[in-house]
Write a protein that binds this ligand. Structure first.
Ligand code: GLN
Length: 493
C-alpha cells in the first residue's frame, strides 16, 4: 500500500491541480487502505461511494478549471459529527441506527470545499475517555507497538482514537477530531501525528453531538502542520447557528506559515514539571525547548499557579455540562428505544438509558447530576467555575511575558489496552497537561517531539494566545522541521 496513500493533503491537492495525480485513483487507494485497515477498528462506517463521488467531481473540476481548496482530498470524519443520511452514533449504543437529516456545519464546510468522506471514525462514547475503550463499538487499536512488548495492543488515545489511528496508519490523509479536554491532542501525541484544537468559537459546534458545550471544539488531525493548517481553514468560520461561534474572518494560515521564530518568546510553565511523570517526557520537552531556540525563539520561564486545580475543575465542569446535554437521549427523539413490557413512559426512559449508555457515560451523568444538585451546587459547580476563571487568568498573566507556551502533550506514551480501564482516576490523569488550555478556550496543538525507549511517539504541546493559531502552527512547523521525527508504525494489520 505504498504510493498514493503516502500523499498527504497538500500533495493531493497540488497533484490534482497540476494533473499529476488523479483524484479517483487517490480515493481508490485510500478506500483499499481503509478496507485493509479493518483490524484496527478505526472506522464505524465506510462510505466509499461518498469519497469516489467527490473524487470524480474533483477530476471534472480540474478539466473545467473549477477546483476548490480540498478538491480530491478524501477525509475521515469523527463519528461525533452529524452526517446527513450516514449513521452518526457518537460511539454510543443509544444512537445506534441514527441517521441525521442534516449535516454538521464543519463536515458540510469540508465537503463544500471539495473533500470526500471515506467513513465515520470510531471514538470513545460521547467523547468521554482517553483510550477509545469506552466506545460501544469496541476499542480502536493503535498501529504502533512497543519494540520489545511482543504484540501487546496499544491504545491510540482518545477520544478521537479512530481519527488518530486512521491518520497514523495512512488510512486517511487527514480527519476531523474534537477536543473537549485533550481529545485531539492526546491521541495525536500517542500516534505520532499532528492535531490542533483552535480557539473556542473558531469552528462551529452546530451538528456536533454535544459533550460539554463550553469546552467542545472541532479541529483537524493530519500527518503534518501544513495539512492541519489547510484543513483548519476549511473547517473554521462564523456560523449563525452556533451562538458561541466567533464572527471573525478566517485567516489564511497556510499561506502565512513560517518557522522563523525570531522575536517570539516561548514560556515554559514550571508547574507542568510534575512528579511521577517518566523521565523521557522531560527529555522530549527539553529537546523541544532546544528546537524552538534554534528557530530563533527566546525561552522564558513562566508560572501558571493554578495548574494543579485544572484537572479536578475539568472533571466537575465537563460532567456537569454532559449530564445536562445527555438528558435529550430519552428514547423518543433519537436512536434507540427500549420499551419494557410492563410500565409506561418513565420505565421506557429508564430502560432506554440503562441499556443505551455505557459505564463511563453513566459515571459522568451521575457526577454531573451530583455537582449540580441543589445541596452541592455551590460547593462544586460554582466553585469550579471560579477556579476556571483563575486558570484563565493565569494564562492572561503569562501572555505579558511570552507569546506561546511549550509543554508535553501527555504524561506518558501510549499505554496498553485494558491497562487503565479499571481505574478512572488513572485514566483522567492522561488529560493533566491538556485541560488547562481547554478551560481557558485557548488554541493548542500537539506535534511529534520524539520517541521513547520503546520506539513510541511522544508529543509536544504548543499553547497560544486567543485567536493566535498562526503562532501555534508556526512553532509546530519549527519543531517539525527540526525534530527529524520520521518514525512510522510498521504495518502488521
Ligand atoms: N479524556 C477527556 C475526557 O474523558 C477529554 C475528552 C475530550 O476531549 N473529548 O473527558
Amino acid at each position: 500500500m505504498t504510493g498514493l496513500t503516502d500523499l498527504g493533503i497538500a500533495a493531493i491537492r497540488d497533484g490534482v491541480a497540476d494533473g499529476s495525480v488523479s483524484a479517483r485513483e487517490v480515493a481508490e487507494a485510500y478506500i483499499a487502505a481503509v478496507e485493509a485497515g479493518r483490524p484496527l477498528n478505526a472506522f464505524t462506517v465506510e462510505t466509499p461511494e461518498h469519497a469516489l463521488a467527490a473524487a470524480d467531481t474533483a477530476d471534472a473540476a480540474r478539466a473545467s478549471g473549477e477546483l476548490k481548496p480540498l478538491s480530491g482530498v478524501p477525509l475521515g470524519i469523527k463519528d461525533l459529527f452529524a452526517t446527513e443520511g450516514v449513521d452518526t452514533t457518537a460511539g454510543s449504543r443509544i444512537l445506534s441506527g441514527f441517521k441525521p437529516r442534516y449535516e454538521s456545519t464543519v463536515s458540510g464546510k469540508l465537503f463544500a470545499a471539495g473533500a470526500g468522506m471515506l467513513g465515520k471514525l470510531n471514538m470513545d462514547e460521547f467523547a468521554m475517555g482517553s483510550s477509545n475503550e469506552t466506545s460501544a463499538w469496541g476499542p480502536v487499536l493503535s498501529p504502533w507497538r512497543r519494540k520489545d512488548g511482543g504484540n501487546a495492543a496499544l491504545t491510540p488515545g482518545g477520544s478521537s482514537g479512530g481519527s488518530a489511528s486512521a491518520v497514523s496508519a495512512r488510512l486517511a490523509p487527514g480527519v476531523t477530531g474534537t477536543d473537549t479536554g485533550g481529545s485531539i491532542r492526546q491521541p495525536a501525541a500517542f500516534t505520532g501525528i499532528s492535531g490542533i484544537k483552535p480557539t473556542y468559537g473558531r469552528c462551529s459546534r452546530w451538528g456536533i453531538v454535544a459533550f460539554a458545550s463550553s469546552l467542545d471544539q472541532a479541529g483537524p488531525m493530519a500527518r503534518d502542520v501544513r495539512d492541519c493548517a489547510i484543513l483548519l481553514e476549511a473547517m473554521a468560520g462564523f456560523d449563525p447557528k452556533d451562538s458561541t461561534s466567533l464572527d471573525l474572518p478566517v485567516p489564511n494560515w497556510e499561506a502565512a506559515l513560517s518557522s522563523d521564530l525570531r522575536g517570539k518568546k516561548v514560556g515554559i510553565p514550571r508547574e507542568y514539571r510534575i512528579d511521577g511523570v517518566p523521565e523521557e517526557i522531560g527529555r522530549v520537552w527539553d529537546h523541544g525547548i532546544a528546537l524552538l531556540k534554534d528557530a530563533g525563539a527566546e525561552i522564558v520561564e513562566v508560572s501558571l499557579p493554578h495548574t494543579k486545580y485544572a484537572l479536578p475543575t475539568y472533571y466537575i465542569i465537563a460532567p456537569a455540562e454532559a449530564s445536562s446535554n445527555l438528558a435529550r437521549y430519552d428514547g423518543v427523539r433519537y436512536g434507540r428505544r427500549v420499551q419494557p413490557e410492563q410500565g409506561g413512559l418513565t420505565e421506557m426512559y429508564e430502560a432506554t438509558r440503562a441499556e443505551g449508555f455505557g459505564a463511563e457515560v453513566k459515571r459522568r451523568i451521575m457526577i454531573g447530576t451530583y455537582v449540580l444538585s441543589a445541596g452541592f451546587y455551590d460547593a462544586y459547580f460554582n466553585q469550579a467555575q471560579k477556579v476556571r476563571a483563575l486558570i484563565a487568568r493565569d494564562f492572561d498573566q503569562a501572555w505579558a511575558s511570552c507569546d506561546l507556551l511549550l509543554t508535553p502533550t501527555a504524561p506518558s506514551a501510549a499505554f496498553g489496552l485494558g491497562e487503565k480501564m479499571a481505574d478512572p482516576i488513572a485514566m483522567y490523569l492522561n488529560d493533566v497537561f491538556a485541560v488547562p488550555a481547554s478551560l481557558a478556550g485557548l488554541p493548542a496543538m500537539s506535534v511529534p517531539g520524539g520517541v521513547d525507549g520503546q520506539g513510541l511517539p511522544l508529543g509536544l504541546q504548543i499553547i497560544g494566545r486567543p485567536l493566535d493559531e498562526q503562532s501555534v502552527l508556526d512553532a509546530g512547523l519549527a519543531i517539525e522541521e527540526r525534530s527529524g521525527f520520521t518514525a512510522r508504525a510498521e504495518r502488521w494489520w
